[in-house]
Design a protein around this ligand. Structure first.
Ligand code: NG1
Ligand code: ZN
Length: 539
């Protein structure tokens, strides 16, 4: 261990003593501050692999953040996020002095009872950021310093890397752990599902994708090659001219509620925006009054939950279905899901890991963040019942057809994590099966006007919240002041929370009109600024 650490510290010394935390989405900061962190995560990934006796993934990306940022996340054996109990090891290891590295590693080995002689393998990939190339080298050096095997997948979307990890650890039951295997699995399920539709009604098989100038551009083009005539994809913001995530992509479109640069929106166009690492997707189109209509993660969640509920009913199988949201979910979507679709809803803290864990408690768990990150989880029981039903020769033809469809839907979904490519195919499948154009989908419910804002404060951790993040418990008096404001607005709702990925406090506001939502949001920003140590210009 001493030798390993000597090499690591010499090649990738920790140059500054600023503290970095393994947060909602791993480590994220300026790319130039990450080489030593990346190398150390190589060491940690090897330890995790030895402990789990399985391949572990590492993804180098900062998702929707600007090009100069970068980040790293570890992926556990079934393709899920690193277990929360290991986040403290990651944070500790990233922040110790070079001189304490060996001792810290040894203590993790001891605490986690790791057999250093166990074989290990780390699978890694990167997004298109310019700093990703050097960071991948640093990571690889960390992995090889520990004498571990690795597979460098080069450029992948985040969900593709998660998929590879799951395949490698599932004896290929989940699919082939190659890019080709990924496209083939998704495309086969999609094409088979589309084939059974005879009347496509208002559905259009043409879609324009804003790829946020990120890795999703080349990957969605690869996917398109496998889809034949079934889906015609035009890719814009493919990185050939524009800057990554700059005035485009899912986050820009969702937060700004506007058309991204590079897309000339016109009547009849169906558009989708990915984020920089293609794990989020939102749709948009132009309404009859030339207005911009956003179809965010809440809309996708309701579409998927409604479709699955009726499909499961047609199979005749008894499987409970639930949906998981966060406090950012539009109030109208929650009412629609509970009252019209009659699907139970759970609300958890922001961050995919929270949604994922909660969704695992349902037999079929749909989860989506309003920003477009989400997927569907099928429990072992659900998959077993579907597979058994496929072998049951006494099923009625209608039930059989439904069971076959459900099996294909399971194959279409990347269950490891939200996946823009897989989610896009799922939405297209549902729209096609329903014979729906964008307006039909939009007509399901009317969003409450809302606004998301940010406030800079000295220390964002001054703000603590209840577990579901709907109420601030500190600083004293902030929540009651927010409540007093909210009371003045029809359908008013607002909450604040410290961001896990940026050094800011997020403010969310909802009300009966856009003007009121903006006004409420602005007033809550002022409260945060005054009561939680705002810095810089007053909002
Ligand atoms: P923070 O910065 O903690 O709000 C953001 C998103 C999360 C999640 C993470 C990871 C919002 C309001 N927050 O987290 O949902 O996607 O980034 O990328 O969209
Ligand atoms: Zn992302």
């Amino acid at each position: 261990m001493e030798e390993v650490c000597k090499f690591v510290s010499a090649e990738y010394p920790r140059k500054s003593d600023s503290f970095i935390q393994y947060g909602t989405a791993g480590f994220r900061t300026k790319g130039e501050a990450l080489p030593h962190v990346m190398c150390r995560m190589g060491l940690l990934a090897v330890l995790r692999s030895k402990q789990k006796k399985a391949s572990i993934g590492v993804m180098i990306t900062a998702s929707h953040n600007p090009e100069e940022d970068n980040g790293v996340k570890l992926v556990d054996p079934m393709g899920e996020m690193l277990d929360i109990s290991w986040e403290k090891h990651a944070t500790l290891l990233a922040n110790v002095d070079d001189s304490h590295l060996a001792e810290t590693l040894s203590s993790i080995v001891q605490q986690e009872k790791i057999d250093l002689n166990q074989e290990s393998c780390v699978l890694f990939a990167k997004d298109t950021r310019s700093s990703s190339v050097l960071l991948a080298k640093a990571l690889q050096h960390g992995i090889t310093a520990m004498g571990s095997e690795f597979v460098d997948y080069g450029l992948l979307t985040t969900p593709q890397l998660h998929y590879m990890v799951r395949c490698r650890n599932s004896n290929n039951d989940y699919g082939q752990p190659t890019e080709e295997g990924y496209y083939t699995k998704l495309a086969a399920a999609f094409v088979n599902l589309q084939k059974s539709v005879t009347d496509t009604g208002k559905y259009s098989s043409e879609i324009t994708v804003d790829a946020s100038n990120g890795v999703g551009a080349q990957k969605v083009r690869e996917l398109a090659k496998h889809l034949g005539e079934q889906l015609c994809i035009t890719v814009l913001n493919d990185g050939s001219v524009g800057k990554l995530n700059h005035r485009c992509g899912a986050d820009f479109v969702k937060v700004g509620q506007c058309v991204p640069d590079g897309v000339a929106l016109s009547e009849g166009m169906k558009c989708a925006s990915f984020d920089g690492d293609a794990d989020r997707i939102v749709y948009f189109f132009q309404g009859p009054d030339c207005s911009f209509k956003l179809m965010d993660g809440d809309r996708i969640a309701t579409l998927v939950a409604g479709f699955l509920k009726s499909l499961v009913a047609r199979t005749g199988l008894k499987l409970n279905l639930g949906l998981v949201q966060t406090a950012y979910a539009n109030g109208s979507s929650t009412s629609y899901i509970t009252e019209t679709l009659r699907v139970p809803v759970a609300c958890v803290a922001t961050g995919v890991k929270h949604l994922h864990h909660r969704a695992q408690q349902f037999e079929i768990g749909v989860y989506f963040e309003a920003n477009g990150h989400g997927t569907v989880l099928f429990s072992d029981i659900a998959e077993r019942r579907v597979n058994e039903a496929l072998k049951n020769s006494s099923l009625s033809p209608e039930s059989r057809a439904a069971v076959e469809q459900l099996r294909l839907v399971i194959d279409l979904i990347n269950q490891t994590v939200g996946d823009a490519l897989s989610d896009m195919l799922l939405v297209e499948t549902i729209l096609c099966h329903s014979g729906w154009g964008m307006q039909n989908w939009y007509d399901c419910y009317t969003d409450l006007p809302n606004r998301q804002l940010k406030v800079k404060v000295k220390d964002r951790n001054i703000i603590k919240t209840t577990p579901d993040e709907t109420q601030a418990t500190t600083p004293a008096g902030l929540q009651s002041a927010i409540d007093k404001l909210v009371e003045k607005y029809q359908c008013g709702r607002s909450f604040v929370r410290p961001s896990g990925t940026e050094d800011i406090v997020r403010v969310y506001a909802e009300a009966d009109t856009q003007e009121n939502a903006d006004d409420l949001g602005h007033k809550v920003c002022l409260l945060v600024f005054d009561m939680a140590g705002g810095i810089g210009d007053k909002p």
